[in-house]
Design a protein around this ligand. Structure first.
Ligand SMILES: Cc1ncc(COP(=O)(O)O)c(C=O)c1O
Length: 476
């Protein structure tokens, strides 16, 4: 322990006694000094408003480096014990109260609802693999380069850097034909639906119902449409995807052509053309939800339908599967005639997506980090998909697995009448699963199918084996 009286009276009028204990502990001198100062403030020995010695003099008095003092002060400013203001130096905060938990205060975690032990529901990527370092590097570069105008009110179309980067990326990776002026940035697919059909304060939107949708799909999206007053008309599905030859007098069709959600297959080439022909004849559009098009394992990627006719397809994508659903970043690639209407729906200024996030994503794309991340995750998800298929072949050979060529989920077909008891048995074992029934459009005339939609991306790597064991343990 080093006891030191810091006599700084001539310069700042305080004598400061600090007990620097634990100098060889983690963080060394900086941690010891931070601790000592914090204790002095917390214990009331340093009164609110007291001016602390300048870095140089305290460093000299204690025999430590100037940076050591600067770092300790900075940490205590961040915690709320000290304040630093240009011209008046560093002082004890007026009502020194920690803004975040101080190191020594006991941290009591707030009570949390207990979630499932294992989660094999579809929808979320493996968020433990979020590319923190590469994302931070992109973000930092983007901020350093950004002109000052970036921090003012923003254009609702989105940053030009991002729209240019997406134009190049989507053409190369997904076969999308566009130019930056046709892209409008949004906060994801759900936001795109709200903008297109209008809801709440967004006005009437640019499209009207009724809208044809796939007989199995996300209930959440159907709910958004219903909230906007849009009637949805279900198209049955077979092994070639949605039966688009059934399209009639609807005013648009929403499809997941690369990988039907949730049943899994791609839309057959002939049906892609049929959907486009219908949209041309009706003077309307196909809404293409390309939610996980990057993740295809066994065959060449299925390109976007948009590439067939950019004037009759609205292509909608987001980073929710490829990076994280928390970023809330997405894009709409629009036929020219809809651009103004969508921009009008967004309002005069960008109100949804952070411009700095947009710039970060632009750098992430142009630096190649996005491709690297997707390639790495593709390998990882493919390996998980293989483990799922192998585990089922060994332990539940009667269960048919479909929709495994792409995406982050598979469908396990079950004998009639067994879906519900299986999901319930899983819940009892702490395993969250979703059955096909939850995705079924209430008005479809398709015979119901029993099955499980198993998302194999969500568990962290170390928990995946145990999650598979739990799954195999509840299958009929
Ligand atoms: C079918 C489908 N479409 C789109 C999305 C993306 O939605 P969002 O961009 O609003 O997160 C998801 C979920 O990630 C999805 O499951």
């Amino acid at each position: 322990m080093v006891d030191s009286w810091v006599n700084a009276a001539e310069r700042i009028g305080v004598d400061l006694h600090l007990e620097l204990s634990g100098l060889s502990g983690p963080g060394g001198r900086r941690a010891a000094l931070t601790r000592a100062l914090r204790e002095a403030v917390r214990g009331g020995r340093l009164a609110p408003g007291t001016r602390l010695p300048p870095y140089r003099s305290l460093a000299a008095d204690l025999g430590v480096a100037r940076n050591t003092v600067a770092d300790a002060y900075a940490e205590l400013v961040a915690e709320g014990w000290l304040t630093a203001r240009q011209g008046s130096g560093t002082r004890v905060a007026d009502r020194a109260r920690p803004l975040r938990h101080a190191v020594q205060s006991p941290v009591v975690a707030p009570p949390r609802a207990r979630g499932p032990l294992f989660d094999l529901r579809p929808g979320t990527p493996d968020v433990s693999e979020f590319p923190r370092a590469a994302w931070s590097a992109s973000y930092r570069r983007a901020l350093q380069r950004a002109p000052s105008e970036v921090f003012g009110p923003a254009d609702p179309a989105g940053r030009p850097e991002l729209r240019e980067a997406l134009t190049e990326y989507l053409a190369r990776a997904r076969g999308v034909r566009t130019e930056p002026g046709r892209i409008v940035i949004c906060s994801g697919f759900a936001h795109a639906l709200r903008l297109l059909f209008g809801a709440g304060t967004l006005g009437p939107g640019v499209l009207r119902g009724p809208l044809a949708v796939e007989a199995y799909g996300l209930d959440f999206h159907r709910g958004l449409l219903a909230d906007a007053g849009v009637r949805t008309v279900p198209l049955p599905l077979d092994e070639e995807g949605a039966r688009v030859e059934r399209l009639g007098r609807e005013r648009g069709v929403l499809l997941t052509p690369a990988h039907q959600f949730p049943t899994g297959g791609p839309l057959h080439a002939r049906r892609r053309t049929t959907a486009i022909d219908w949209a041309r004849a009706r003077g309307t559009v196909v809404l293409e939800d390309d939610y996980d098009g990057e993740f295809r394992y066994d065959r060449r990627p299925v390109g976007a339908v948009q590439g067939l006719d950019p004037e009759h397809v609205m292509y909608l994508g987001s980073v929710s599967k490829s990076l994280s659903p928390a970023l809330r970043l997405g894009w709409m690639v629009l036929p020219e005639r809809y651009v103004d209407g969508v921009l009008a729906a967004k309002g005069e200024r960008e109100a949804w997506t952070s411009v700095t996030d947009q710039l970060g994503l632009a750098d992430f794309l142009t630096s190649g980090a996005y491709d690297r991340h997707v390639r790495r995750m593709r390998q990882r998800y493919r390996a998980r998909r293989d483990r799922l298929v192998e585990a089922l072949a060994a332990r539940a050979p009667d269960v048919e697995v479909t929709g495994v060529a792409a995406g982050l989920h598979a469908v396990l077909r079950l004998p009639p009448g067994t879906e519900r008891p299986t999901v319930e048995a899983a819940v009892r074992r702490g395993l969250a699963l979703e059955g096909l029934a939850g995705f079924r459009h209430p008005d479809t005339d398709m015979p119901p199918r029993d099955g499980l939609v198993v998302g194999y991306a969500t568990p962290a790597e170390h928990a995946y084996g145990a999650a598979l064991d739990a799954l195999c343990g509840v299958l009929p």
